[in-house]
Design a protein around this ligand. Structure first.
Ligand code: SAH
Ligand code: SF4
Length: 380
């Protein structure tokens, strides 16, 4: 399916059950257009924009510089709500995982991962995924639909609500330092480049100085390798690029990631070499999930080294996170370290990702399936 027909077929509702339109997700000109239907001037739309994106208000009633009748008009026609929290799980290591329900009841996961020097939010782009990578639990859930720009932003705004990170009215701007949530990774459920337009729209507002004000240096988009959209992503958004690589040759990669049949490694790596802005200071991240007996041998590590020669990059080694019914096992710690050492000895940065939120099943796709399973066992 082409990317554009994909986008049309699986579009997100912008209007909630009571017929009100979501203002979140609109760019400033779009918000001005939307409000001009009710004869509201542009400066009023800018005030609303500021309240929504810079202060995180969820109620029009609290927009103190708007006339009262305008506030009630906004309440009647528009919404700025957050998704409903279906479940929240906190790990002993501080990781928080939310299962969020959108206005039509569709559910996605968002995970907050605190680290010493930063806090990263892992954001979903679709409900389910059309790709069927064999090691990924999201890949077993059929795509239900794309998330709209509002639903992508709402995940970030929800996390700011919970972490108490909106600047107070008397604080100067959204660019305050000392936040816990500093980084965004589009690495939750779904393939962001199969929902490019909505992801792009959301990220532009996320990175806008007058919006959520998160620098593009702190935003990373992860793709399984949708080659035609990679260049556009670099040119339009300038975000960091992560590629789910997981194998150093076409035969192995196609056997675990069917998308490789469509966009094989030579095309994918060409797109990486030509990624706008790529340099030693702005490297591509290759993600590499370690699968025992599949892609974890010394020979495979050496093949990976020669494949990535001359690409400014690092390799994130990810221990496989097992899920019920999966075909794979995670290699031993020693095997993973030996694999990483071969990469490091050849000059590649190859950090091994520390498992986070293990006690709350913080891997791709697991909380949602837990809740589905519970629902099934609860129903008669
Ligand atoms: N669709 C995009 C982004 C979401 S997946 C992509 O594939 O890049 C985010 C990352 O989690 C990918 O690198 C994916 O390969 C990895 N992943 C999926 N299932 C995993 C598992 N069971 N254990 C560890 N990592 C996993
Ligand atoms: Fe989809 Fe990414 Fe999972 Fe592959 S790894 S099935 S592209 S979410």
């Amino acid at each position: 399916m082409s990317v554009s027909s994909h986008a049309g077929k699986f579009s997100a509702p912008r209007v909630d059950a009571s017929g009100r339109m979501a203002l979140i997700g609109l760019s400033l000109p779009e918000m001005q257009d939307a409000l001009s239907i009710h004869n509201l001037p542009k400066f009023r739309a800018k005030q609303v924009w500021n309240w929504i994106y810079q202060r995180g208000l969820t109620s029009f009633e609290d927009m103190s510089n708007l006339p009262k009748d305008m506030r009630s008009l906004l309440c009647d026609y528009y919404s700025i709500e957050r998704p409903a929290v279906v479940a929240e799980q906190k790990s002993t290591d501080g990781t928080i995982k939310w299962l969020l329900a959108m206005s039509d009841g569709q559910q996605v996961e968002t995970v907050y991962i605190p680290e010493e020097s930063r806090g990263t939010l892992c954001v979903s782009s679709q409900v389910g995924c059309t790709l069927t990578c064999r090691f990924c639990h999201t890949g077993t859930q059929p795509l239900v639909r794309n998330l709209g720009p509002h639903e992508i932003l709402q995940q970030i705004m929800h996390a700011r609500d919970v972490l108490g990170e909106w600047p107070k009215v008397n604080e100067k701007s959204a660019s305050q330092t000392g936040r816990d949530l500093t980084n965004i990774v589009m690495m939750g459920m779904g393939e962001p480049l199969y929902n490019y337009d909505n992801v792009a729209k959301a990220l532009k507002i996320c990175m806008d100085e007058d919006g959520l004000c998160i620098s593009k240096r702190r935003v990373t988009l992860s793709t399984s390798g949708v080659v035609p959209q990679i260049r556009q992503c670099g040119e339009e958004l300038g975000v960091n690029l992560a590629i789910s690589l997981h194998a150093p040759n076409d035969k192995l990669r196609s056997s675990i990631m069917p998308i490789n049949n469509k966009y094989p490694l030579n095309e994918l790596l060409d797109a990486c070499r030509n990624y706008p802005g790529i340099s030693e200071n702005r490297r591509i991240t290759f993600e590499y999930v370690m699968l025992q007996g599949v892609n974890d041998s010394d020979d495979t590590a050496r093949e990976l080294v020669s494949l990535l020669e001359n690409i400014p990059c690092k390799v994130n080694i990810i221990p496989f996170n097992k899920w019920p019914g999966s075909d794979f096992e995670c290699p031993s710690r020693n095997r993973i370290m030996a694999f990483a050492r071969i990469l490091e000895d050849s000059g590649l940065d190859a950090p091994i990702r520390r498992p986070r939120g293990e006690d709350i099943l913080a891997a791709c796709g697991q909380l949602k399936s837990e809740s589905q399973r519970l629902k099934k066992t609860e129903s008669p």
